[in-house]
Write a protein that binds this ligand. Structure first.
Ligand SMILES: Cc1cc2nc3c(=O)[nH]c(=O)nc-3n(C[C@H](O)[C@H](O)[C@H](O)COP(=O)(O)OP(=O)(O)OC[C@H]3O[C@@H](n4cnc5c(N)ncnc54)[C@H](O)[C@@H]3O)c2cc1C
Length: 394
């Protein structure tokens, strides 16, 4: 693909960056790291405020068809993600806007699209993902939570876990076993449910530092309308694979690292050790330059993914490859930055903490994307099986 932007794309990019730059001025100081949106009330309020601002501009439906409130192209969506990532702005529901909406557009009935897409594009409804269970993570198809059809409803019983922001979400999309007698992968249905339905209990999993963005969700005879399914009954595995591709492409995370790189370069220029700016140390220069090169490569991969999605040609392994690259780059970045900052890099809240403790936070959080969305070991399996045609291990 040609990486040069058209004049129109450059104008859109400029507008995305200008709006996000203004929003950054209103961002609460407590907004440090991805988890803050779900952990801190004022950060969640800021997220909802940004969602409304973006909805007014039609930016939550970029690359959607106009009949569902969409406008713009896949490239606009990427450029918007760049601006949000660079300025650290929430407002785009990772579950509703980024994962569920493109899945519904490809796999849902017209009735489901008409009911569920407008509240997403209007920034009115926030979603969570109800997939993992205590005994079903990497091997998700072994899930045990059942949804048994009774008349025009499913009755759900069981437990999900590690559900990000489930305590904040209005609605959840989940996968449930609808035919316990059928074989694995052919017994699962993808169901949409209102998180206020009686019988649902959401319990945040407390962190040692008091936070807790992830939850356990319990289902005790939860009645959900049978019409709320995506795709066909017992064929939810295909929907899982479709959504997983949208979950893993990662431009916002990559652009957040570009901003972090600028801050790191500034820190190296301004901080002296043994009378010399850190930026003069050849070892530090080398490590920072290496990060800069890898970041450019990550951006090129994200553009390529967008181009493939635009043409409906993205294969499962493309998203897996991108996810491995940017998540492991995030880990290398956090390690290098905290190394360079030395002992101060381990300080969370103090006037001595460089960048208000952002590197300490990045170090603590950098394993998130390596595990979430399917661990990197599983992504390597996907590349081996579907990309390279290698045999499965027994
Ligand atoms: C930050 C975060 C947010 C999350 N958010 C959500 C969410 O919103 N909703 C949700 O449903 N889930 C969520 N999850 C759960 C996530 O999807 C699972 O943690 C992940 O799929 C791994 O499952 P597991 O934790 O059960 O680990 P396991 O599956 O038990 O894996 C343990 C280890 O074994 C390795 N392993 C397992 N099988 C294989 C294999 N076949 N080959 C090679 N290695 C293997 C894994 O790579 C891993 O290192 C989140 C997780 C994290 C960390």
């Amino acid at each position: 693909m040609d990486f040069e932007l058209t004049e129109e794309q450059k104008a859109h990019r400029k507008e995305f960056f200008e709006v996000c730059k203004e929003l950054e001025k209103k961002r609460p100081p407590s907004f440090v790291g991805f988890e803050a949106v779900f952990e801190v009330d004022e950060c969640w309020e800021f997220h909802l405020y940004c969602a409304k601002e973006f909805a007014k501009k039609g930016w939550l439906g970029l690359a959607w068809p106009p009949e569902y409130g969409g406008s713009g192209t896949m490239m606009d969506k990427v450029l918007f993600a760049e601006a949000r990532g660079y300025h650290g702005i929430p407002g785009v529901d990772i579950f509703g806007v980024q994962m569920l909406a493109p899945t519904l557009l490809q796999a849902a009935s017209d009735a489901i699209k008409k009911e569920f897409l407008p509240p997403i594009v209007q920034g009115k409804v926030m979603w969570c993902e109800l997939w993992s269970e205590p005994n079903a993570g990497s091997d998700l198809a072994t899930l045990a939570t059942t949804a048994i059809k009774k008349g025009d409803e499913y009755v759900i019983n069981g437990q999900k876990t590690w559900n990000t922001g489930a305590h904040r979400a209005d609605w959840g999309f989940g996968v449930f076993k609808t035919d316990p007698a059928a074989r694995k992968h052919h017994n699962i249905t993808f169901i949409l449910l209102d998180m206020k339905t009686p019988g649902i209990t959401v319990r945040p999993i407390p962190y040692i530092d008091g936070g807790g963005p992830f939850c356990e969700v319990y289902f005790d005879d939860v009645h959900v309308p049978a019409k709320n399914i995506v795709g066909q009954e017992n064929e939810g595995w295909a929907v899982v694979n479709l959504l997983a591709g949208f979950e893993r492409s990662g431009m916002t995370e990559i652009m957040a690292m570009f901003r972090d790189l600028e801050e790191l370069v500034k820190y190296c220029n301004e901080t002296k050790r043994n009378g010399q700016p850190l930026a003069r140390d050849p070892l530090i220069r080398n490590r920072v330059a290496q990060l800069a090169c890898e970041l450019q490569a990550a951006r090129a991969i994200a553009y390529r993914i967008a181009d493939l999605q635009n043409r409906n040609e993205m294969a499962l392994m493309d998203a897996s490859a991108a996810k491995i690259f940017y998540s492991e780059l995030g880990k290398r970045f956090a390690f290098v930055a905290t190394d360079i900052a030395g002992p101060y890099g381990q300080v969370k809240t103090s006037r001595w903490a460089p960048m208000h403790g952002a590197w300490e936070k990045a170090f603590q959080e950098c394993f998130i994307t390596i595990i979430s969305m399917g661990t990197n070991e599983i992504q390597r399996n996907i590349i081996a099986w579907y990309g390279l045609g290698l045999p499965r291990m027994k």
